[in-house]
Each structure stands twice: as structure tokens, then as C-alpha cells.
Design a protein around this ligand. Structure first.
Ligand code: BYC
Ligand code: FE
Ligand code: FE
Length: 473
């Protein structure tokens, strides 16, 4: 890579003048979007200690520097190609992978890439007000690191749209900058990306659970027969790991602090009276963001999913770990909702691919929750455990949408749901409380808001009290 290029890349952009011009034309619009919709109040005077990808090898990847956010160097990076890569699943199994988009799959591929691309700027929009309520400079820096990388993920999808989808792709790239999270006229495509994120508990839950849907979907797209899509998502996954680290450890530090406050007060005092976040409130936020992210995996039975698999567009997470890659006569036994009643049915496995990916996702989430419970154990909390709610609970997509269940999966009447939902999901009062303890941001290096424990270590081997975000002198 030549670092003086306007758009850092490892795709030889300067050899393709048309593409380079198209992207350079899109770039100022992207920057304008970032200034309008990126982190509010942290655009002009603040320097943030961020990691910037300058190449895909480990060295280029560990590059840290202070930058003003709008000057972050968003680049285009694809993982190294695999020699003689072949289609790994579905009806075209064994054929060489595609370096161009086959005409017959143009529409579904465009749709997948646009849907993936849409989530990236959406998350930045959702998180834009969090800076002014931050619990520490360390956390503020992590928020911005996640934000700039989600911006880079948008670049990754726009690169594909510009390179392989001609005029339509360029139009889609413009529209990705025009939709707005939560806007009723021009909403983002998937529902979880229109939900407000107003407090840091939401942020950590989002990066734990919703970024983990990013991991599921990117794993599945990295199996794609469209080789450039596979390579770009493979590199995105390396960044995703940090987002989920931010989420899991952020929640863990809030749990840890709650435990400390409980311990100090002899386990009896209401944690809220001491300014912490009580365990039931944390559980309600798990319930909310886990279920919103279950919805992101689509309908349980889906002909879309079946044809993505058949045509080799989207595989299962870690496809190589399965024995049968054709999946022609396997079945999936699932609990279905039919005429308002629960029933178990056998579904052709290809039609159940969304559910197969959801299974992988639930397993990955469960490991994180397990680690949170270890923390409770460590602090001697015996009468409380975190858990993932039943898959039927609080669903807005799929066959359980429109019906009510409690977190154990027991059906509820509308009346009972309305009466009891505040026991299971964050209420207005909970939100009010969270806002009250986050009203004053903490900008002093090494200091942390009262509701969260410090991290174990700093970023890039630096001390915890390093000035991760500084105001320009
Ligand atoms: N909201 O056949 P179905 C990330 C629609 S996160 C609203 O099940 P399919 C990130 C669907 O469009 C990863 N609508 O759909 C995380 C369809 O509409 P039509 C994002 C929904 O296609 C944090 C209908 O319902 N990547 O990267 O099998 C920060 C029937 O559904 C929703 C991707 O999503 C929903 N949740 O599955 C930053 C990968 N779900 O045709 C970033 C690309 C479904 O009836 N997307 N619908 O009009 C896909 O693979 C698929 O589109 C989905 C949906 C898995 C999302
Ligand atoms: Fe992303
Ligand atoms: Fe992410």
C-alpha cells in the first residue's frame, strides 16, 4: 500500500482509475455524513488514540495514533486470497469461486451486500450521543474505535457495490448515506438498527449481542462463492472481535461494580442507592438486546435462506466443520407456531438455514453469559444468575412475532404481557435511572464513573490512566 493515497487500500485502486474516481467522488459525501451523523460533539477539537488498519498483515494492523475523528483514514482491505478457492457448499459445490458477479445472482447478492452495508452507518448513528455521557476516557476511546471501524465496514461494502454492480451499485452507495436510524420516512433496513441507544448499558449490550450478529452474518458471508465478498468479510471479522470485547468486558465491569457495592453494603442494600446498576436491570437489558439480535437472523423457515445456500451466496458459520455441504435431504426439527399453537415439525434443512445460524449465535452468546456468571460466583453472589431468555420471548420477526411469551417460553395473553413486560424489559423508570447516573461525563484520565469498574489493562499496553482522548492544544 502507498500511504499517500487518498484512500488507503490493498486492492491496487490506483490501477483502476474508473473505480478510484467513483470512490473519490463518494468519499466527500461519506465525510459529510460522518460530520452530520457521527459522534456528536467530538468532531473538531478532540484527538482520539485509535488503531488504524494500514494493511492486512499483523504489523499494519497494530498501528496506533492520535487522530481527529473526521481525519481517520478509512481504507479498503481484503484478506489475502486463498489459492484455487472452490465453492464450498450448495448446488455449485466444487466449481471455482467467482471473481465477478454472475448475472443470475446479481439481485440477491446486491441485496445481501446492501443489507450488510446498511447496518454499519446505522450503528454509528445510534451511538452518536454517547460521548457526552461517557464513564471514562478509556471507554470514550473504545466507543470511537468501534465507530470508525463500523465506518470502515461501510467502505468495505461500498467498494463491492462500486466495483461489481455498476450504476445500480453507485446508487445504492448513495442511499446508504441517506437512510437514517430511527427515521420513520427513511429508516435503516433492519429493525434493531432503528432502536435508540441512549445509555452505556445499551451500548455494551449492543456491542455484546448485536455486533455478535455481525459476527454470525460475516462468518456466513465469508463462506460466499463471491470471492471479493468472502475476502472483505474475512478481514472485517478481525475488527469485529474488538467490538465484542468492548461489549462483554463493559458489561462485566458493570457487574463487577454492582458486586463490589453489594459487598460493601452487606449484600442487602439496594445497589441503586449506592449509584450502581442492579443485577435485575442488567438482566432486562440482556433480554432486550439478545432478542432484537435474534430477530436479525431472519425467519425460522425461509426460502430466501434456502436459495442463498443452494446458490452458494451465503453459507453456514464455519462451513468446513459440517460433514455434508449439499444438505439435500437433511431435516431440522423445530418448534413452530401454527394457527396460534406450538407444534414440533420437520423442516427441510436448507429452509432452516437462518435457524441453523441462530443456533450458532445463541451458543456463542451463552459462553459470554457463562463468563458473567463466573464473576457473580467470584464475588459470592449466590441468589442470582444471568441467563438468555427463551427464543420465543419478545420476538418481532419470524413466526413468534405477534405472540407473547415469558422469558421461559410460556405463552402469555396480551393482557398479562402488558401487565408484566416491565419485569423483563427495560422500563421508562429504568431508563430514567440510567440517564441520571450517566448525566455527567467522566473526562479525567484514570477516573471511572461510579457504576463501572476500571478495566484490567489499558489499550496497546498503555496504562489505564493514559489520556486516550485529548483536546487539541
Ligand atoms: N428487520 O426470509 P427472511 C452487523 C425481512 S449485523 C426487518 O427470513 P432473510 C453489525 C426480510 O428482508 C449483520 N426486516 O429474510 C452489527 C424479508 O423481506 P421481504 C448484518 C427483516 O433474507 C453491529 C422478510 O423479512 N448483516 O454487521 O432470510 C454494528 C422475510 O425474511 C428482518 C446481515 O444481515 C429484520 N431483522 O434473512 C454494526 C447479512 N429480518 O423479502 C454492524 C445480510 C428479515 O419479504 N442479510 N426481514 O421483503 C441477510 O443475510 C438477510 O437479509 C437476513 C434476513 C438474515 C437479515
Ligand atoms: Fe461492522
Ligand atoms: Fe461491529
Amino acid at each position: 500500500m502507498i500511504s499517500s493515497e487518498r484512500i488507503p487500500n490493498n486492492v491496487n485502486l490506483s490501477d483502476n482509475k474508473r473505480l478510484q474516481r467513483a470512490l473519490e467522488h463518494w468519499q466527500p459525501k461519506y465525510i459529510q455524513w460522518w460530520k452530520d451523523m457521527g459522534p456528536s460533539g467530538f468532531q473538531d477539537y478532540h484527538q482520539v488514540y485509535v488503531r488504524t488498519a494500514t494493511s492486512v498483515d499483523p504489523e499494519g494492523w497494530a498501528h496506533f495514533e492520535y487522530v481527529k475523528l473526521p481525519e481517520y483514514r478509512w481504507g479498503i482491505f481484503l484478506a489475502e486470497p486463498t489459492a484455487d478457492r472452490r465453492v464450498g457448499f450448495g448446488d455449485l459445490m466444487g466449481q471455482p469461486v467467482w471473481q465477478e458477479v454472475p448475472g443470475e445472482f446479481r439481485n440477491p447478492l446486491r441485496r445481501l451486500i446492501v443489507t450488510q452495508g446498511d447496518t454499519e452507518p446505522a450503528s454509528v448513528e445510534q451511538q452518536r450521543q454517547l460521548g457526552s455521557r461517557c464513564p471514562s476516557l478509556y471507554d470514550l476511546r473504545n466507543l470511537f474505535q468501534v465507530n470508525v471501524e463500523e465506518g470502515r465496514h461501510l467502505w468495505a461494502m461500498v467498494y463491492l457495490l462500486h466495483s461489481y454492480f455498476g450504476r445500480d451499485g453507485r446508487d445504492e452507495a448513495e442511499e446508504l448515506l441517506e437512510r437514517r436510524s430511527g427515521n420513520s420516512d427513511k429508516p435503516r433496513i433492519l429493525q434493531a438498527f432503528n432502536e435508540p441507544i441512549t445509555n452505556w448499558l445499551d451500548f455494551f449490550m449492543f456491542t455484546m449481542f448485536t455486533d455478535r450478529d455481525g459476527k454470525s452474518q460475516l462468518l456466513s458471508l465469508s463462506e460466499s462463492s463471491l470471492d471479493p465478498l468472502s475476502r472483505t468479510t474475512r478481514f472485517m471479522l478481525t475488527e469485529e472481535a474488538h467490538h465484542m470485547f468492548v461489549g462483554e468486558t463493559g458489561v462485566a465491569r458493570i457487574i463487577e461494580r454492582a458486586c463490589q457495592l453489594m459487598k460493601e453494603s452487606g449484600y442487602s442494600e439496594d445497589v441503586r442507592k449506592l449509584g450502581g446498576i442492579d443485577l435485575p436491570t442488567i438482566q432486562k437489558h440482556i433480554n432486550q438486546w439478545f432478542t432484537l439480535s435474534l430477530d436479525l437472523h431472519g425467519s425460522e423457515v425461509s426460502t430466501n435462506a434456502a436459495s442463498y445456500f443452494a446458490n452458494g451466496l451465503k453459507g453456514r458459520a464455519k462451513e468446513e466443520t459440517f460433514e455434508d455441504h449439499l444438505v439435500l435431504d437433511q431435516i431440522y426439527r423445530m418448534t413452530l407456531m401454527e394457527e396460534g399453537k406450538l407444534d414440533t415439525r420437520e423442516v427441510p434443512m436448507r429452509n432452516a438455514m437462518n435457524e441453523v445460524l441462530r443456533d450458532w449465535y445463541v451458543g456463542d452468546c451463552a459462553k459470554g453469559v457463562e463468563r458473567w456468571n463466573k464473576l457473580l460466583e467470584h464475588y459470592g453472589v449466590k441468589d442470582f444468575q444471568f441467563r438468555l431468555p427463551d427464543r420465543k420471548f419478545n420476538r418481532g420477526i419470524g413466526m413468534f412475532a405477534g405472540f407473547h411469551f415469558d422469558p421461559d417460553g410460556r405463552p402469555l395473553s396480551d393482557e398479562e404481557w402488558t401487565r408484566r413486560k416491565d419485569e423483563w424489559l427495560p422500563s421508562d423508570k429504568d431508563e430514567e435511572y440510567l440517564q441520571s447516573i450517566m448525566a455527567t461525563p467522566v473526562f479525567e484520565p484514570g477516573k471511572f464513573a461510579n457504576y463501572i469498574a476500571p478495566p484490567r489493562r489499558g489499550i496497546n499496553h498503555l496504562p489505564i490512566d493514559f489520556e486516550y482522548v485529548r483536546t487539541e492544544q
